[in-house]
Design a protein around this ligand. Structure first.
Ligand code: 5AD
Ligand code: FES
Length: 347
């Protein structure tokens, strides 16, 4: 089957065989990518119109016990200047975000032992009391079932935990031996069972990734059916073992975004900061390829530069309200508008 027919088939059946995914990934042309983007954009517009959900991300600690080889805030990076916001500082960011129109707060951190589930749960509860009409999304890494349960009971609505790669062999090349693929997958299952809206996802072009690995990612996403999918290109960070590895492909990232939209029409799909970092206008192209979420950074200006997962991250010199205005303009130029709404997953 030719690539266009595969894209049509994906639209009709919402699934492809492993070999078909590999064919698409290995042989797509610019014309195929445009065809997928046109299809994906029509699917997204049919469901969301020209509305883009905005989520305010608060990076509240870059202290991390893990040592993922790709990540700039890995434990072994002694050059990273570490910080941790306290509860009052985080709540100020939420309050400021609410005034700017945000109705989802994404609390993201490294796996910081000083923020165990109990402490996070108390924080979530405080935020939900102040902003009962808003959604709280956590992105705080791997925990045990009982911890996630506490967080859910405290009122957390959503949880982002990228699976990073659906191939166990590949997982082992991206992570130290102390981390396990099976535990990560169990976390995703636990989160789903607890009633979170769950986000999975992967980097495009992470070191050693093959088209077979990416095919496994697509098969996994089609099976697991997450509510959200975070996808961006791998971008090397100078103080990691992957410093000299090439960045992921911009075009392949856009193509995969479109294929995700076509496979899972209702999925909440951000145009990520990493996509905007490898190419000016990348986030806008992400929207035109089927993304329907943008996540501006609401972290305090002083810490923005310290949450460097990869080199040259955009928006770290800009104030949060400047980014909000910038995103308004960027969306307006392509005929979209940011909406102030929780933007929950709906079928
Ligand atoms: N390049 C791109 N994305 C990265 N992430 C971590 N390090 C990098 C990098 N070097 C992504 C991971 C993680 C998310 C928070 O950021 O996929 O889950
Ligand atoms: Fe941050 Fe444009 S969105 S500077």
């Amino acid at each position: 089957m030719d690539n266009r027919s595969l894209i049509d088939r994906l639209k009709d059946t919402h699934s492809l065989e492993r070999e078909q995914w590999i064919q698409l990934i290995d042989t797509f042309t610019d014309a195929d990518r445009e065809y997928a983007a046109d299809t994906a954009r029509a699917v997204a517009q049919g469901i969301f119109g020209h509305d883009i959900y905005i989520r305010g991300i608060i990076e509240f600690s870059n202290i991390c016990r893990n040592d993922c080889l790709y990540c700039g805030i890995r434990r072994s990076n002694t050059s990273a200047e570490r910080y941790r916001l306290d509860e009052d500082e985080i709540i100020s960011c939420c309050d400021a975000g609410r005034r700017m129109g945000f109705m989802t707060f994404v609390l993201q951190c490294g796996e910081d032992g000083a923020y165990p589930a109990q402490r996070l749960a108390a924080l979530v509860q405080r935020i939900k009391e102040r902003h009962p009409d808003c959604a709280v999304t956590l992105s705080a890494g791997e925990m045990e079932y009982a911890d996630y349960k506490l967080l859910r009971e405290a009122g957390a609505d959503r949880y982002l935990l990228r699976h990073e790669t659906a191939s166990e062999e590949h997982y082992k090349r991206l992570h130290p031996a102390s981390m396990s693929f099976s535990h990560r997958m169990k976390c995703l299952e636990d989160l789903r069972e607890l009633g979170f809206q769950v986000g999975a996802g992967m980097m495009i072009g992470s070191p050693y990734q093959t088209s077979g690995d990416l095919a496994e990612d697509m098969l996994f996403l089609g099976r697991f059916r997450p509510h959200m999918i975070g996808i961006g290109p791998f971008i090397p960070h100078k103080d990691t073992p992957f410093a000299d590895m090439p960045a992921g492909s911009y075009e392949l990232t856009l193509f995969i975004l479109s294929l995700c939209r076509i496979m899972l029409p209702h999925v909440l799909l951000p145009a990520t900061t990493a996509l905007g970092t490898i190419r000016p206008g990348g986030r806008e192209q992400g929207v035109l390829a089927g993304a329907n979420v943008i996540m501006p950074n609401l972290s305090p200006d002083e810490v923005k530069k310290k949450y460097m997962l990869y080199d040259n991250k955009i928006c770290t010199d800009e104030s949060s309200d400047k980014c909000v205005r910038c995103i308004d303009l960027r969306l307006e130029r392509i005929g979209y508008r940011p909406v102030s709404a929780r933007g929950d997953y709906h079928v």
